[in-house]
Write a protein that binds this ligand. Structure first.
Ligand SMILES: Nc1nc2c(ncn2[C@@H]2O[C@H](COP(=O)(O)OP(=O)(O)O)[C@@H](O)[C@H]2O)c(=O)[nH]1
Ligand SMILES: [Mg+2]
Length: 365
């Protein structure tokens, strides 16, 4: 038995086509389709209408008070499903229903509890993301998220995908705090599921408009902050300490009669090295074992930080002179962006596991 859970919010133009393709994909399987609907456009009535002629059971749960948005709808679907084997997919046909049998088959092999359909695994693609801007946002937020959870997400290339198969008997639904769009991330980070991936091509929407928005983006950042404050804030604290040390060293050296330029260079390099050693000890301790050797890590971190400072200062100057931005604002923005890039680089590149280490853990997170 398999339950296909489809969260919907105003997808009235997609329901008939979707059910048609899902039922074709489910041919020969014992399965049901479960819509968890928060719409105001009659998607639920349309689903009930289509259900009458469908060849698989179609149930519709309409939530009058939609708690937790999309993530809340998915968890509601888990609770109401007749089967603990569930497939979650979007209601706009961006997730090809023809992949359902493959996901179900992979889940049935009992070495995994969760199978993600990935846009970013080797043969997958994300061309259905509306424009270059959305693609960039998706790529960047995926990289930052993977940087924040390098161990859990080691083998998960697309933690934001909404297309996955899961055995819900392997997780405790009460552990989840769904909010907004990213329920899969919530599951992977808050539970201890064994994860596998299959690639897929993210298609264009069949009908209607995307509900992703800046507001969803803000919720997502909030969710990330709640899920993991640890690593990133420790890294930030070390960075702040480094900034203070930098100023102190410049002061001390100039007091001792060293020229300002030399004092600044020495202070910068000393802080870069100091920050690296502190981050090794306090932030990335758990990743050291599987990463490359000390001198490799040191060299990549050292080079990165030097390039980063060399680039950051002219960029800041440009923002002030060419765009007329106030210099404290320009400084704050470049520092914030540089911080995110630096953290992502360290987590994903400097402490990247060696190939053998990665292969040893292909299915567990
Ligand atoms: N039940 C429910 N479904 C939602 C909500 N927001 C979005 N969805 C559904 O989640 C799926 C993905 O949303 P979509 O707008 O396509 O996001 P995008 O693919 O990232 O552009 C679609 O099936 C939406 O109808 C919500 O608040 N409640
Ligand atoms: Mg969509």
């Amino acid at each position: 038995m398999l339950t296909v859970i489809i969260p919907t919010y105003n997808e009235v133009g997609n329901v008939a086509e979707l059910v048609g393709r899902v039922e074709a994909a489910l041919a020969g399987m014992e399965a049901e389709i479960l819509f968890v609907d928060d719409s105001t456009d009659g998607t639920d009535d349309e689903a009930r209408r289509v259900a009458r002629t469908a060849s698989v059971p179609v149930r519709v749960v309409h939530r009058d008070r939609p708690a937790g948005g999309l993530g809340g709808a998915v968890v509601e679907g888990f609770r109401r499903a007749r089967s603990s084997l569930c497939i979650v997919m979007d209601g706009d046909l961006q997730h090809p229903p023809e992949m359902i049998p493959e996901l179900a088959r992979r889940l049935a092999a009992d070495d995994v509890d969760l199978v993600c359909a990935s846009r970013y695994a080797d043969a997958g693609s994300a061309t259905g993301l509306a424009d270059a801007g959305r693609r960039l946002v998706s790529r960047a937020s995926t990289a930052i998220t993977r940087a924040m959870f390098p161990l859990r997400l080691r083998n998960v290339t697309d933690p934001m995908t909404g297309f996955f198969a899961i055995d819900t008997s392997r997780i405790d639904l009460d552990d989840l705090r769904p909010r907004g769009f990213k329920i899969l991330l919530e599951i992977i980070v808050r539970t201890t599921v064994r994860v596998a991936e299959v690639p897929f091509d993210f298609a264009d929407r069949f009908a209607g408009d995307s509900k992703a928005s800046l507001r969803q983006g803000a919720r997502f950042l909030h969710q990330l902050a709640l899920l993991r404050f640890g690593k990133m804030s420790a890294f930030a604290a070390i960075g702040a300490l480094g900034a203070v040390a930098n100023v102190a060293i410049v002061w001390l050296l100039t007091e001792l009669g060293v020229g300002y330029i030399w004092a600044a260079i020495i202070a910068a390099e000393v802080t870069i090295i100091g920050n690296f050693l502190l981050a090794e000890r306090f932030v990335f301790r758990d990743l050291k074992g599987q990463a490359r050797g000390f001198w490799h890590r040191f060299a990549s971190s050292f080079i990165f930080n030097n390039v980063e400072s060399a680039v950051r200062i002219p960029v800041m100057a440009l923002m002030v002179s060419a765009w007329g931005m106030a210099s404290p604002v320009a400084t704050a923005i470049t520092l914030a962006v540089a911080f995110l890039i630096r953290f992502t680089f360290h987590s994903l590149v400097v402490y990247r596991p060696r190939v053998e280490a990665r292969e040893r853990t292909t299915t567990s997170a």
